[in-house]
Design a protein around this ligand. Structure first.
Ligand code: TUI
Length: 313
């Protein structure tokens, strides 16, 4: 593999696993890293001690590089960053905010910083702050999202920054990989596909919900209060929609979602749990080991390029 990020991160395939809160545990991160990609432990809203325990667990499961995704809206973000400075995983990916204030200490510790951004302006700002690569996430992704699609975001970010760009949002197979590289990306981030991996310890009901999802099932709620989140349609998302239509307060809407990820992930509550997933859920058809998922993401990219050549020229 000649991708710039393989050298930067010390990995075999230019794929980073998405930092999915609850779903991205030490087990998943280690399995992805063992499969040749870069696994991430998601700190999500977890306290710092829990994140430290996951990092230590991952170290027992792999000797390959892995990272931690820090959700910057978490009330524990400062303490989690402190733990990261002590434990020194190879990489920190950040989401839902600007990691600029942590950047000098992380660089000093030799940790690579990969912020996830939904726009060109934020990509430029992160590069200026010292980001080692930019993960540009299209609105096809699951969880907290921006407005732009992967199709229009990636070429613009790739043009705007010098550091490597990793495409995220909507990528599940080698067609998506080929498309991402065609758009100017140096690597891909894949989240939803890894929910349906053998090593992911999410409740089987969650995995089955992803397997059953059709093209329009990954819906967005929270647009009205400025925090759009994509998850599989269920009783919870319908309840959100109802409250939003009624003009309910921010607090009322927030209260509905409290504990939603845990309900989905641990209890397998597919009705009132938050089944965060990207639009690509509709293209996930089987549960496979992470190593095989990774191989399939890259297996026939050259054939796809050849087919395009045959069709176009
Ligand atoms: O962060 C994500 N996806 C997430 S975080 C999450 S946890 C959560 N749970 C419930 C409600 C809300 C969140 C679930 N999924 N993706 C990366 C991402 N980052 N998407 C958008 C952004 C982003 C937004 C604003 C990055 C930077 C940013 O900067 C704002 C600023 O003004 O600096």
């Amino acid at each position: 593999m000649k991708a710039r990020i393989c050298e930067l991160l010390g990995i075999e395939y230019p794929v980073i696993q998405g930092g999915m809160a609850w779903v991205a545990t030490a087990e998943l991160a280690a399995a992805v890293s063992n499969g040749g990609g870069l696994g991430l432990i998601a700190a999500g809203g977890a306290p710092a001690d829990a994140v430290r325990a996951e990092i230590k667990k991952a170290r027992t499961l792999t000797d390959k590089p892995f990272g931690v995704n820090v959700m910057l809206m978490s009330p524990f973000a400062d303490e989690v960053m402190q733990v990261i400075l002590e434990e020194r995983p190879a990489v920190v990916a950040t989401g839902a905010g600007n990691p600029a204030k942590y950047m000098p200490a992380l660089k000093e510790a030799g940790i690579k910083v990969l912020p996830v951004v939904p726009s060109v302006a934020l990509a430029k700002r992160m590069e200026k702050s010292g980001a080692d690569a930019i993960i540009a996430e299209g609105t096809e992704a699951g969880g907290h999202i921006g407005e732009l699609t992967t199709m229009v975001l990636i070429p613009q970010v790739a043009e705007a920054v010098e550091v490597p760009v990793i495409a995220a949002g909507g990528i599940v197979d080698s067609r998506g990989t080929a498309a991402a590289f065609a758009l100017g990306a140096d690597g891909i981030q894949v989240g939803t596909r890894f929910i349906c991996s053998e090593e992911c310890i999410a409740h089987d009901n969650y995995k089955q919900a992803v397997l059953k999802a059709k093209d329009r099932d990954a819906v967005v709620t929270g647009r009205a209060n400025g925090a759009p989140v994509r998850a599989l349609k269920n009783k919870l998302t319908k309840e959100y929609e109802r409250l939003e239509k009624e003009g309910a307060s921010f607090e009322e809407i927030e209260a509905l979602g409290v504990g939603g990820l845990r309900r989905a992930f641990q209890e397998g509550d597919v009705e009132m749990g938050s089944l965060m997933a990207g639009q690509s859920a509709a293209m996930v058809h089987e549960i496979l080991p992470c190593a095989q998922i990774i191989k399939e993401l890259f297996c026939n990219v050259a054939d796809i390029a050849k087919k395009i050549e045959d069709k176009v020229l």
